[in-house]
Design a protein around this ligand. Sequence first.
Ligand code: NAD
Length: 269
Amino acid sequence: MTDTTTNTTTNVMAGTVALVTGAGSGIGRAAALSLAREGATVAALGTTGPDLDEAVAAIRAEGGEAIPIVADISDAAAMDAAMETIGTTWGRLDTVFANAGINGVWAPLDDLTVAEWERTLRVNLTGTFITVQSALPLLRARGGSIIITASVNGTRNFSNTGATAYSVSKAGQLAFAKMIALELAPQKIRVNVICPGAVNTAINEKTTIRNVDRVRIPVDYPLGAHPLLGAPADAEDIAPLVLFLASDAARHISGTEIWIDGAESLLRG
Ligand code: NAD
């Protein structure tokens, strides 16, 4: 960031270490690059090794420092091992961007299997819990910032009929963050939630949508569903908020959600 009064450039995350889950693509990748540009050393975690390698290469190409860590956020042993790697490599952890998630299966209630419901909750909600819990020993040493990616779904929007498991997982993330924000405040660990609207990423290609037309009430938006930009955001539009919440500029902000959706959720509800 440039200080216009003195015309000097400071890296607001210099000397810090950030863990980004789901760093191989989309919002996580953009945030990892953004944190690294501001001087953070980045542990780029996810399940897709080649994507993580590419993200790490992109960070290194810009002069940043990063390592890939292949781990499933819903696997507590794998996440403990990931924290062990971060601890032995850098000896500290300051920022946790708990961002990895899936859309899972979107289907009418009587069409959604228990296994499908459980998988979405397991990755998005239990995976967030495991990510945060496994990071605590490192975070407690100096305090830090946890940022959780929820969504407009489950926090402001309840009209994406069929996306029930997903929305419930996102609502759960918000309650989880508020519960632990108070618990962790004495340890100088801040916890906040970002709630993006539609973002251009590959997540939709990985979504199973089944028979939702059977239950969805048709609604028209003659002027479009994206009031501010007229289109979904790019992942790079989300990264500055992650950077802000990670930085000391947000040192008094904890236990809150921020919608970053170009007013989309106010229109949809
Ligand atoms: P994405 O699919 O590009 O990113 C998700 C990343 O998480 C992928 O790299 C994937 O490999 C990783 N991942 C999935 N399951 C994992 C697991 N079990 N362990 C470790 N990594 C795993 O999509 P995105 O849009 O960048 O999604 C990032 C987050 O943003 C998600 O939590 C998603 O729910 C949320 N979100 C996305 C949108 C949108 O419109 N794209 C809107 C609101 C919220």
